[in-house]
Design a protein around this ligand. Structure first.
Ligand code: ADP
Length: 411
């Protein structure tokens, strides 16, 4: 027998019991022997494979290449793995194909080359690998789908959040507007009720003065006491002036509230302007004098009507809150392109704790309650000053006097 070495019992036992399929091939490619595992793997009966060509165990499409591969191996045989980096496929007797892994070795018997192929059926492993690959691919698809869904949901969520935010902002705006209009309505109501109380309180004194002076004039006229008649005519005049000034304040306030005041700029010669105001101040107390200190070359481009109202109000207050025979000082000056008017008196002053409320509508200081007034004048003055893009400040010392300073742009 040509391969007497395989007849030895030890080798046969080893050969038969190997867990891999083993096929031994001659140089020509003819199968010399195959172990049971190999026969089983390829679906052949015992000894059926002997004499077959090794290419018979390959799918048709690989056979041509395999012959030249085999010849190459025969020329330089060395133990190695077959098909590194690619899948090997074998053909079973029933025509089905199986994935395999093959290691090659060789031996020489009596100078003849025998090639040994150690074959493992890796169907199961391949299936598992394929399944794994499929799961991985599936996983990638799932991940992509998930990412897509998450993206879509995030976008939808962001859109809802943005919508919600807009709604919240709009609702807040609407609430704010409602609150403001309520506030305006409340202020208007407050104004109306204050007006009623001012009208009934502030109008009563001058009106009763007018009434009593009128009847007294009648009596003094009969007695021909002209001096007393004059005195009461004066009283009537100042009561009417007082009533007019209250009505003017209320009118100004109404116009300011409605935003109905337009600015009309005109050129004013400061000194002449102050002198005119001084002449118009007929309600000064006995012996009160206005002392004007103003450079003769000072001209201003501003709204004369508004500036007159401002100064008139401040000078009236200086007079009202000072005793008879006290002077009132009006200084005007130019600094940094702004004109400063300071109205100073030596009157009752403003208690320190009241000073911060001075420009609030209807506010009256605690030492002014017995002096007629509405608490509207300074509020109006402040708003007029704002219209002229100016500022108003004051300093005051209780029982010593006060200075109110208005600064407006020269142009
Ligand atoms: P009114 O004089 O009608 O009360 P104003 O708004 O003009 O209202 O003034 C508010 C308050 O500021 C006054 O009630 C008074 O307490 C105080 N005040 C204003 N000017 C002077 C001043 N020159 N001296 C003292 N107190 C003043």
């Amino acid at each position: 027998m040509a391969f007497s070495f395989i007849t030895s019992d030890a080798f046969r036992q080893l050969f038969q019991s190997m867990s891999e399929g083993i096929i031994m091939v001659e140089e020509s490619g003819k199968i010399s022997i195959a172990n049971p595992v190999a026969e089983n793997m390829f679906g052949y009966r015992t000894d059926e494979m002997v004499g077959m060509s090794i290419e018979d165990l390959l799918p048709e499409r690989y056979r041509g290449n395999h012959i030249s591969f085999r010849q190459g191996f025969n020329a330089h045989p060395e133990p190695r793995k077959m098909g590194i980096g690619r899948d090997l496929t074998a053909l079973r007797k029933d025509g089905t194909e199986i994935p395999v892994e093959i290691s090659l070795s060789y031996t020489r018997v009596d100078g003849r080359l025998f090639i040994m192929a150690f074959i493992s059926d890796i169907s199961l492993r391949k299936k598992a690998e394929d399944a794994l690959k499929r799961s991985e691919e599936q996983l990638i698809v799932y991940a992509a789908e998930l990412e897509h869904k998450v993206k879509a949901r995030t976008e939808a969520l962001n859109a809802s959040i943005a919508k919600l935010e807009t709604e919240v902002i709009e609702r807040k705006k609407a609430e704010e507007e409602a609150r403001k209009s309520l506030e305006r309505e409340r202020e208007l109501n407050e104004l109306k009720s204050k007006f009623v109380s001012i009208a009934s309180h502030e109008f009563r004194t001058p009106l009763s003065t007018v009434m009593s002076s009128a009847s007294l004039i009648q009596q003094y006229k009969d007695k021909n006491d002209l001096e007393k008649v004059d005195k009461h005519i004066q009283r009537i005049k100042s009561s009417v002036e007082h009533l007019t000034s209250i009505l003017n304040d209320l009118l100004s306030l109404g116009k300011l509230e409605e935003g109905k005041i337009d600015i009309q700029l005109e050129n004013i010669h400061a000194h002449s302007f102050l002198s005119e105001i001084s002449e118009e101040m007929t309600s000064l107390k006995d012996g009160q004098k206005l002392k004007i200190n103003c450079p003769d070359d000072l001209n201003i481009l501003t709204d004369a009507r508004i500036l007159r109202n401002i100064l008139f109000n401040l000078i009236s207050n200086a007079s009202k809150y000072s005793d008879q025979h006290k002077s009132i000082f009006i200084d005007c000056s130019l600094k940094d392109e702004r004109v400063h008017f300071a109205v100073r008196d030596e009157g009752i002053g403003i208690p320190h704790e009241d000073q911060k409320f001075l420009f609030d509508r209807f506010f009256r200081a605690s030492n002014a309650v017995n002096i007629q007034g509405t608490g509207l004048g300074l509020n109006i003055v402040k708003r007029y000053v704002d219209l002229l893009k100016g500022t108003i400040t004051f300093s005051s010392e209780y029982e010593k006097g006060s200075t109110f300073t208005v600064s407006i742009p020269q142009q």
